[in-house]
Design a protein around this ligand. Structure first.
Ligand code: IPE
Ligand code: IPE
Ligand code: MG
Length: 249
């Protein structure tokens, strides 16, 4: 993100600070196409995408949005060529190591959601370190979905709840939405108010299936490596124009 950045350091005056989303989720899509359009290997798009995410995180802090969740790697992304998967795992690890100190200082609390046990052990070690070193931070909740699948998340919640019923810890009648949510990977954060997907795809690709029940969707043709503060501004303007009825009239 570079365009208009200096003028967008503060919340744009046409946005209502009292009606900002409390949680923004992003499906960062289009890295491969961005690179291909430039005659570069797909991985260059992923590399550039990291810088964009970093600025979006900063932007949320600058503008007073308390939670950001980013989809970094889905349970389906293992099906990509091994070179790309390896590159991504190494990239995640390197970026975490590089950015941890700054996140700690800037009051970012980082969390990861997904099946982390299947990730390379060196990446898991960086994840554990970054989570524990930022656990007390209060500035923004930054959640990274890594080896994340919405269906897998729901299944693991079912398994946990079923075993608690089996052991007598809870009764079947106690299973309600709040209890179910507390068994999801995202128990630490409220449901997203706004979902942004870049690159024009009209699907949620197994992201936050339960949590997005009443999120507003903003889909842009812009490819993730080109996503800028001014585009985020447009997304928030669109969000503030929506009439969120939650099923009422
Ligand atoms: C999103 O960009 C990043 C990840 C899924 C890791 P893509 O890699 O899906 O880029 P496109 O959709 O192929 O252009
Ligand atoms: C969704 O993008 C996953 C991430 C952004 C991490 P994909 O590119 O994997 O999704 P599909 O294949 O277009 O549905
Ligand atoms: Mg894609």
């Amino acid at each position: 993100m570079t365009a208009n950045q200096s003028t967008l350091d503060y919340l744009p005056t046409d946005l209502d600070s009292s009606r900002l989303p409390k949680h923004v989720a992003v499906i960062m899509d289009g890295n491969g196409r961005w690179a291909k359009n430039r005659g570069m290997p797909r991985i260059m798009g992923h590399r550039r995408g990291v810088d964009v995410l970093k600025d979006l995180l900063r932007c949320c802090q600058d503008w007073g949005i308390p939670a950001l969740t980013a989809y970094a790697f889905s349970t389906e992304n293992w099906g990509r060529p091994i070179e790309e998967v390896d590159f991504l795992m190494t990239l995640f690890e390197r970026v975490l190591r590089r950015e941890l100190e700054e996140m700690r200082q800037k009051d970012v609390q980082i969390k990861f959601v997904g099946n982390l046990s299947a990730l390379p052990s060196s990446l898991r070690a960086e994840i554990d370190r970054s989570v524990s070193l930022t656990a007390e931070n209060k500035g923004i909740r930054f959640t990274v979905a890594t080896n994340y699948g919405g269906r897998e998340e729901i299944l693991q919640a079912c398994r946990e709840i079923a075993s608690q019923v089996k052991s007598g810890k809870i009764q079947v009648e106690e299973i309600d939405e709040a209890l179910f949510s507390s068994h999801l990977y995202t128990a630490h954060v409220c449901d997203p108010d706004l979902l942004i997907r870049t690159s024009g795809e009209m699907r949620i690709s197994n992201f936050l299936l339960w949590q997005l029940a009443y999120a507003e969707f903003y889909i842009t043709q812009t490819l993730w490596p080109d996503f800028s503060r001014s585009e985020f501004h447009q997304a928030l303007l669109a969000y503030q124009k929506r009439d969120r009825r939650f099923g009422k009239v």
